[in-house]
Design a protein around this ligand. Structure first.
Ligand SMILES: Nc1ncnc2c1ncn2[C@@H]1O[C@H](COP(=O)(O)OP(=O)(O)OP(=O)(O)O)[C@@H](O)[C@H]1O
Length: 340
């Protein structure tokens, strides 16, 4: 393991009674990285975080922090911070005292305490709010207090479980930027859980896509977005048209696609709606849905091999409902899936 490694999970297995929630998971996280655990409900994201935090004892495997085995170390001795979706501020304490709470428990007081709390509040832009109480703050401001409260403890790794899920759409976007800024400025290693692919793509240095208690793919946002390895990941990041390759032919769930030409030696091809070329090609479809989406128009086509979702520049003349058209699925526009 290199010096640049903050946290490593080795063959981590986590069970609740007879249910195996995570099976033999291997993951290495570098110092200063912002990593997203992304996946659908029940895939084991929260369970993995609970094990890292020491709230759940692994049934197998090892957790190392800065190279030291912490698998059996108590939660409060791990130097790992936690911020859950319900960020549970104390409503009767001021912002200052909320942020100071954990530090006081560690016996920090006087000028040292004040300096650390003030620097935490400054980092999230809340110095002017130190004397207020949480009910007098907006949701986004409360979230910042929770972030400051975690950061002042100077954790080696900060875990955030769905940190933005309590916020409305606009605030989520603001807090994304804020979280990223604080992370880059402080250099704290962060792992956050989300089931929102847009959030993971926007925030993370690396994304870990989980499925059924195992890792399906690890990559940068660009890699996950442009080069998903499997049907599952492609589906998760918005490839609407996904086909498998068997016996040298391309198959949908229901039929074979009439596509000529050599297919790659792979498990499948995935096309985003904008990869579908309308108005030329050998494939035929009927327009069953049209919706205007600002710069583009989105089409739902009915074809002999199932529904195809397409997208075209809104400046182009629109196809009408019921209209028949030709289209193409150029292989060079597809993501090549290496696994089923
Ligand atoms: N306390 C528990 N007892 C028994 N099974 C549990 C418990 N907590 C979670 N599980 C099971 O473990 C699996 C993983 O759950 P986990 O909460 O880690 O998923 P998740 O990916 O975080 O989902 P979500 O996005 O819904 O929070 C699921 O099958 C879940 O039903």
């Amino acid at each position: 393991m290199s010096d640049a490694t903050a946290l490593s999970l080795e063959k981590l297995t986590l069970r609740y009674g007879n249910t195996t929630a995570v099976e033999s998971l291997d993951l290495t996280i570098g110092k200063g990285e912002l990593v997203a655990l992304l996946g659908p409900s029940g895939c084991g994201k929260t369970t993995t975080m609970r094990a890292i935090a020491g709230l759940l004892a692994p049934s197998g495997g090892t957790i190392r922090l800065d190279g030291v085995d912490i698998t059996r170390v108590a939660t409060n001795k791990r130097h790992i911070g936690l911020m859950f979706q319900s960020y549970a501020l104390f409503p009767h304490l001021t912002v200052f005292d909320n942020v100071a709470f954990g530090l006081k428990l560690k016996g920090i007081k006087g000028a040292d305490l004040r300096n650390r709390v003030e620097s935490g509040l400054k980092s999230v832009g809340l110095m002017d709010y130190a004397a207020r109480k949480p009910p007098e703050l907006s949701g986004g401001q409360q979230q910042r207090v929770a972030l400051a409260r975690s950061m002042v403890m100077e954790p080696k790794v900060l875990l955030l479980d769905e940190p933005l899920s309590n916020l409305d759409a606009r605030l989520r976007l603001d807090m994304r930027t804020e979280l990223q800024r604080v992370q880059k400025e402080t250099g704290v290693t962060m792992i956050f859980v989300t089931h929102d692919q847009a959030e993971a793509l926007a925030l993370a240095d690396r994304i870990v896509v989980m499925r059924k208690g195992a890792i399906e793919q690890i990559g940068t946002p660009e890699e996950i977005y442009n080069a998903p390895v499997s049907h599952f990941v492609a589906d998760f990041v918005g490839f609407e048209n996904i086909y498998s390759i068997r016996d040298g032919r391309l198959h949908s769930d229901t039929a074979t696609l009439p596509i000529d030409g050599p297919l790659p030696d792979a498990a499948g091809l995935a096309f985003r709606p904008r990869a579908v070329v309308l108005g030329q090609g050998n494939l035929r479809g009927t327009v069953r849905g049209v919706s205007f989406a600002g710069g583009t128009r989105e089409y739902v086509l009915e074809t002999a091999f199932g529904t195809v979702k397409a997208e075209a520049d809104a400046a182009l003349p629109a196809y009408r409902l019921g209209e028949e058209l030709v289209f193409d699925l150029p292989i060079q526009n597809a993501a090549i899936l290496s696994r089923q």
